[in-house]
Design a protein. Structure first.
Length: 458
């Protein structure tokens, strides 16, 4: 079961809860853009009198923000929706809303599969929640709010941020890439860039509100500005964001390797606040598979891109995504990916089993790889990557890194957690002098595959 989002709001205890107040809770699945959409939905609910609760039983409004990138995840979400039926029976006034990519894809089919649903909100309709709720309360009839395409760039709406130190800022919506395994362009629409001045104003205000770090969001951030010449390109945006004095650090995700250029690399090199971490999803180390995926680049292109980055910013970290078991991937083609992994030596790789997604070209391709083979290949890939990640992290032993204090570790409240500009997670024993949001210098004493451990120094 997925845990509800933790918003930057005070949560009333059971003793403090007012029976006259309406409470809401949310479950969010999928990418960072989905999580940010949940922040916008939560803000709108609060603007019409709802307060956040962690308790399903206390909620009078339950929102599930869905993902449909993988059919396996979709099945889990349907299971969660089914669990809510008993709550609806015991509380007929409970409002159940389904938002996100499944809502966009399935539309009224969701009502047929789960008649206890009240509201269906598409990805292009997130900003309309207030009027959707008003329509439902007046008519007491189910509401389907799903545009096939965005009629315009969505206006700003009230937002409740999940944290207090880091915040997401969308710079664009949609995707034009149409990778053969991906449904995102079909449920998020074509690329639409936000006005540059709107982005800068939002970031500036976030800094005034106490946020130290922002992450620029987009399905493909380095396509920013391709749909209009009015705002400049992604490098121009990075340069402008770097000059916002109220924040400390800038991250961004996700980049498409095809659209990273020399101007972006030079901008990051000459910046003060943009983090020196490049996440470049390669997806496969085989040119044959890359072509079948419609990725738009070759392994030689990717090699040259990595060479440019490492020459310009030698200390930068490099991470990637890799899909294992794409249709048609033979043992020989998988071996090409394995050798590519050894050659590039990523700091980390986020590896996934290929999963059929109906509605995409790859789902109907011949030579689907058996699950048992995909699992074997995934384990081989992870073993190689884990060795590489550990070797890279061991180079940090006895060095000093600077992190922003994010707060206590979830596993041990006596340990604090922070991240370097290269996105390394660092843990250390709390000394009592640290404050959340401040910069801290940590001397690394132990390196592990995914984290660094150390001690606070003056």
């Amino acid at each position: 079961m997925s845990k509800p989002d933790q918003y930057n709001v005070e949560i009333p205890s059971n003793e403090m809860k007012d029976s006259n107040i309406k409470y809401f809770t949310t479950y969010t699945y999928g990418c960072q853009m989905n999580h940010h959409d949940s922040e916008r939905l939560a803000g709108q609910l609060k603007s019409i009198g709802y307060e956040y609760t962690e308790s399903l039983e206390d909620a009078s409004f339950i929102l599930i923000n869905t993902c449909c990138v993988r059919e396996s995840a979709e099945k889990k979400i349907y299971g969660k929706i089914g669990e809510l039926k008993n709550l609806k029976v015991s509380n007929p006034n409970l409002i159940i809303a389904i938002a996100g990519c499944m809502a966009q894809k399935d539309k009224e089919k969701l009502f047929k599969k789960a008649p206890h649903i009240d509201l269906i909100i598409g990805t292009h309709n997130v900003h309309q929640l207030v009027e959707i709720v008003k329509e439902f309360e007046e008519s007491k009839d189910r509401v389907l709010a799903v545009w096939d395409q965005a009629e315009r760039l969505a206006p700003d709406v009230p937002t409740i941020r999940r944290g207090k130190i880091s915040a997401w800022v969308p710079i664009m919506y949609g995707c034009n890439n149409f990778c053969t395994y991906c449904i995102v362009p079909y449920v998020r629409g074509r690329e639409r860039s936000r006005p540059l001045h709107d982005i800068i104003e939002e970031i500036y205000q976030l800094g005034l509100d106490g946020f130290k770090e922002i992450t620029l969001l987009g399905q493909n951030v380095n396509s920013y500005g391709n749909d209009t010449k009015e705002y400049g390109d992604f490098a121009d945006l990075l340069k402008a964001v770097d000059q916002v004095e109220t924040i400390e650090r800038v991250r961004y995700m996700t980049s498409h390797p095809r659209d990273i250029n020399d101007k972006v690399i030079d901008t990051i090199l000459n910046s003060k606040k943009i983090c020196d971490h490049f996440h470049l999803p390669v997806q496969s180390g085989s040119d044959t598979i890359l072509k079948m995926m419609n990725r738009g680049y070759t392994t030689d292109y990717y090699r040259e891109l990595v060479r440019k980055i490492r020459k310009a910013i030698p200390h930068a970290s490099l991470t990637t995504d890799i899909i294992v078991g794409f249709p048609g991937e033979t043992d020989e083609l998988f071996q090409e990916t394995l050798e590519f992994l050894k050659e590039i030596r990523f700091d980390a790789s986020y590896t996934f089993l290929y999963s059929k997604r109906s509605g995409t070209p790859a789902a109907t391709m011949a030579d689907q790889v058996p699950l048992v083979v995909k699992k074997e290949r995934l384990q081989k890939l992870m073993d190689v990557q884990n060795d590489i990640s550990l070797e890279i992290n061991q180079q940090f032993t006895d060095t000093v890194v600077t992190v922003i204090v994010e707060g206590p570790s979830q596993r041990d409240e006596n340990r604090l957690i922070g991240r370097t500009t290269t996105n390394k997670i660092v843990l250390w024993d709390k000394q009592g002098t640290e404050e959340v949001g401040q910069l801290a210098n940590i001397k690394i004493t132990t390196a592990q595959t995914w984290i660094l451990k150390g001690k606070l120094i003056d």
